[in-house]
Design a protein around this ligand. Structure first.
Ligand SMILES: [Zn+2]
Length: 301
């Protein structure tokens, strides 16, 4: 546009010098060109604004904090981590999680609850209920101990390996309650914060470490649908236990297409060896391990 204006001005000077009586005509042409430049500038500005808006909206992360199983039985109850090989104190995650909730605006906050019926397959003391369903290649009944792994074939379902845990998080018991020091926030429409509680491991014959799927992927909780409805793009996983329910939830989070973070200092686990192995597996699958102090780098406030 500027070049055409320059060309016109050169021809204008020539015309003016050779024929000074055409001033009105020249003035009209200048006005017309000026209007064209103004319109072009307006179109350009509109295009730039549109481009910037599109770019910003595509980079807009929608974040969910997934708080896994911060329940009494894992802290000072029947499956307390301090009695596991790691000797971790599960209670230590609480101030870190509370601080995360106080300091950052997560669009969605999900609380998972391990929530078992009394006849649940994961309880060692229920082994007699399904001893006839052990596969021929399972560790034999007589040799199965607390924390060992049995292999079951139930009702024609795929083989499933099941760790045998102490009875824990039985529905409606004290041990299944979220620790009272954990900050449990309510849905907040004014702040645009959505909250969901997920119960998992509710079916007698299949365990569920992940807050998304049961261990055999036979059924899904409502978590993924809820996150999708809210437009969530990335999830931060915290809670208990790092090497089991936190890890499984994080892996399924990635499988569902979320950018997935484990906030390491907001988790405690069962066994240092399995914690290391599973966190390595998580990072190899493109998961991100961060500290709670780094969360601010990843979410819009
Ligand atoms: Zn459980």
């Amino acid at each position: 546009m500027h070049i055409s204006l320059l060309v016109f001005l050169i021809s204008l000077i020539g015309t003016t010098l050779s024929n000074p009586v055409h001033y009105d005509q020249i003035n009209n042409k200048l006005t017309a060109i000026s209007e064209q430049i103004d319109q072009a500038e307006l179109r350009l500005n509109n295009s730039i604004t549109k481009l910037l808006n599109t770019s910003q909206s595509s980079n807009q992360a929608v974040s969910a904090l997934l708080i896994i199983d911060v329940q009494y039985d894992f802290i000072d109850g029947s499956l307390a981590l301090k009695n596991c090989p790691s000797k971790h104190n599960g209670e230590e995650v609480i101030p870190v999680i509370n601080q995360l909730l106080d300091s950052h605006k997560f669009d969605v906050v999900a609380y998972s609850h391990d929530w078992h019926p009394t006849n649940h397959i994961s309880f060692f003391d229920n082994l007699h209920l399904r001893s006839h369903l052990l596969t021929p290649d399972s560790i034999p009944l007589a040799d199965l101990k607390l924390y060992s792994t049995a292999t079951f074939a139930i009702n024609g379902l795929p083989r499933m390996e099941q760790s045998l845990w102490p009875r824990h998080c039985v529905q409606n018991t004290h041990g299944a309650k979220l620790h009272s020091d954990l900050k449990v926030i309510e849905e907040d429409n004014a702040q645009n914060i959505s909250v969901i509680h997920i119960q998992k491991g509710t079916k007698p014959d299949v365990d569920s470490y992940s807050a998304f799927w049961d261990n055999s992927k036979l059924s899904e909780t409502q978590l993924n649908q809820f996150l999708k409805e809210k437009g969530v793009t990335q999830v931060f996983v915290v809670g208990l236990a790092t090497d089991w329910c936190v890890y499984s939830t994080a892996i399924h989070g990635m499988e569902h297409g979320y950018k997935t973070f484990i906030i390491e200092d907001a988790c405690r686990g069962v066994d240092e060896k399995t914690i290391k192995e599973r966190l390595n597996d998580f990072t190899q699958k493109s998961g991100h391990i961060i500290k709670s102090s780094q969360v601010k780098d990843y979410i819009q406030e």
